[in-house]
Every structure is written in C-alpha cells, then in structure tokens.
Design a protein around this ligand. Sequence first.
Ligand code: FAD
Length: 416
Amino acid sequence: MKPLEVIVLGGGFAGLSCAKALTDPRFHVTLVDRWNHHLFQPLLYQVASAGLSTTEIAQPLRAILSEHKNVTTLMDQVTRIDLEAKQVHMKEHVLPYDYLVIALGAKTGFFGHNEWEPYTIGLKSLDDAMRIRREVLLAFEKAESANTPAETEKLLTMVVVGGGPTGVEMAGSLVELARVVLKHDFRRIDPTQAHVHLIEAGPKLLPMFPGDLPDYTATRLTSMGVQVHLNCPVKEVGPGFVVAGDQRIQANIIIWAAGVEASEVTRTLAGIPLDRGGRIQVKPDLSLPGYPEVFAAGDLVSLTDKNGVRVPGVSPAAIQMGQHIAKNIQEYPLGQIRPDYAYWDKGSMATIGRKAAVASFAGMQVKGFLAWLMWLFVHLIFLVGMKNRASVFIHWTWSYFTWKRGARIILGKSED
Ligand SMILES: Cc1cc2nc3c(=O)[nH]c(=O)nc-3n(C[C@H](O)[C@H](O)[C@H](O)COP(=O)(O)OP(=O)(O)OC[C@H]3O[C@@H](n4cnc5c(N)ncnc54)[C@H](O)[C@@H]3O)c2cc1C
C-alpha cells in the first residue's frame, strides 16, 4: 500500500523532533525548510558576539536525517497553505498532503512598529547573528581611526532592547567582549569605554524567573558594566537613536530582542483562529479546529494545555509538541480520540556572563557559578551533532582559560 504523505513545515526544534519520531514506514515524510540547516537558536548570541562560529550551532538537515529512510528533505520557502485543497504552496513547489504539521516558528516582532525594523538588528537567524558580529567588530575598527571623542563614543555605543533571556545574554556577552576580550588589542581607543545599554519596558529583567533571580541578574550585569534601564518602554527608534522612557540614547548598533510573532504563513490559514501575535489557537491535541489532519507545534502555537498551563515559546515545549504530534499521527487513525498535549516544564536558564547564570527548576533557584556550569552542561547536551558538541566544548574551555574569542573575523560588506 502507498504510504500516507506527511508534510512537516519547518526544520526547527518542533519540526525536526516530529520528523525524527515519524519512523513508521506506513508514512512518507517530507520536511520542508527555507534553509538547509537546523539552527540551535539558544547559542545564536555567542555567534553574534564572536564566541562561536556558525557551523558550531547549525547542522545540515539532510545529514541529521540521513538514517531516516522514510524522510525526504526539501529546501523551499512556504508561502501559503490551502487547507481545503490540502496543499502547501512554496516558491518552487506545490505539494499535496494527507497529514500536515506546521512548525514554522516565529520571527522578530515590533509590537506594530514595523517602521523601527530598518534601524535595528534582530536575533533569529545565522544571518542576523553574522550581521551583529560584523557591525560590532567594525564599530571598534572604525573607532580606532575616529577623529573626535564624540565620534568614538557614538561608534562604541550599543543598545539591546528586551530584558528577556536573549537580551540579557546578548548584553552580557557584548560587554565582556569590549571590557575583557578586546581590552589590549587597540592602540588609540580604550575598548573598555564602550557603552552597552540594556532596555526593558517592565520593572525587572527576566520576568519569568522566580524569587531574587531577576534582581541578581540586574545587579550582576551592572557590575559587569552594562547600563540597565528598567521601566523604560521604547517610544521611538530611528537612524542611530532610541527613545526609551524619557531618555534618548545615540547608538551605533541597536539589537532588537524584545519580541517575536508567529511566521506570516499562519495568516494564510483561512478561518483558523489566531492570537494577536499570529499564533495558531490549536485544539488540546495540537490539531487545527475543523482539520484533524493538520497540526501545529512550537513557537507559532497559542495553547493553554490540559493542566491549565500556558505553554511558553521555548525549545523543550517545541520538541515535546513535535513528538506528541508524531505519536498522534502514527497511533491514532483519523476519527479516533487522540490524547491531549501536556507541557512538561523542565525549568528555565539564562547565562549572564562568565561564571554567572540563573536557573530555576523543580521549585529550586540556582544562581552564580553553579548555575553557569549547569547552563554549559545542558546546552552541550542539547546541541545537535557530536562534532558540534566536541567543538563547542573545546572552544569554551579554550576561551575560559585564555579569555579570548575565536570567531573575531569580519566577513561580508558593511551596511554603509
Ligand atoms: C536568540 C534566541 C535564544 C533562545 N534561547 C533559548 C533558550 O536558551 N532556551 C530555550 O528553551 N529556548 C530558547 N529560545 C527559543 C527557542 O529557540 C524556540 O522556542 C524554538 O526554536 C522554537 O522551535 P520551533 O520549531 O517552533 O521554531 P524554530 O526553531 O524557529 O524553527 C522554525 C523553522 O522554520 C523555518 N521556516 C520559517 N519560515 C519558513 C518558511 N516560510 N518556509 C520554510 N521554512 C520556514 C525556519 O528556517 C526554521 O528552521 C531562543 C530563541 C532565540 C531566537
């Protein structure tokens, strides 16, 4: 009998875990992604701040799936989904399906202020990370030959918007780059005079962390040299400036880590309820209302699970959802009642800088050096590919003992 066709859209955490778990030969799986690689987004900030190279946090999807003989990988950009015709439209292909899994993730969101996008750099892709790295390293090179102190100061001012884990990790890593890694490498400028601002609209950093972890994070970042601005909603962003709260900050680089919204493809799902961020309001079994053969997983899903827990946009949730959908497809033919998804909260972690991180799990709160060791360990374990794990481990060990970063090469053309 001809296998049923399952199309999985997106080779991120959700799509990849789903495709890997669809091992039953009664199903043929086509995994579609616009890139040829799976990206480990939690370490993107280290590529952006010249700590790791791109190949250490990305793996070709074909290589990951080479042993999964019922899975075909297709590199193409999804443009729209026709639920009635059961077809996926891409730039180069139109594919019919028996089952569909939508796992296209999220993109940088500007809370309705898309006019700010041209003046900022997001952190969602390898391109974004490489652009940040290039702009940051170029800023120091240009500052070395600047003519006035004011010019130097403007070049060496960086703003990170958003006090969640991405913003905290990015700001901490940038300030360490300036104050420690580059400290002795310039002759005319003092890299330690660079300014890194972290702007957060709410009253604390890492608001999802319990107890005193947010305060510890703010205190630690401040002691490292980051200028932390709390209760400062961004009101305007323009060429080389940010207005936040009642302050106007002149900045050479503005990194936007303040929000995400679902892939724009969700807007093509006729009749399907979406939340304000474009996330699909799925049924508890992760299928789309009225379409039991279509599922959604990961960052583009809006769901309160069967235990009343709001499912967060994090990689463990995406992986769990992908696996849950694979189980539902393989074990429950259409028409049967399928089990609902329940989020298993494995805890949260964020690194602040060298020897400093925060972690919260199983009702416990850990901070400082121990949390940092835990963060290193967990990220190494979850990184896809043995070679990448070994390479990142060696890289981190070398950086720890030498205070150096190995990926400080400027590539590509500057924006100006
Ligand atoms: C900088 C950063 C740091 C993070 N740190 C952490 C962390 O420390 N811990 C944690 O748990 N989570 C972290 N997250 C969140 C975590 O990465 C996401 O929750 C997770 O990636 C969601 O998985 P997903 O499969 O839904 O989406 P993604 O992993 O984003 O995958 C979506 C895939 O779809 C593809 N795609 C998108 N649009 C199209 C299209 N139109 N056509 C074809 N393909 C398309 C993309 O190329 C991508 O491969 C971080 C995220 C970022 C951006």
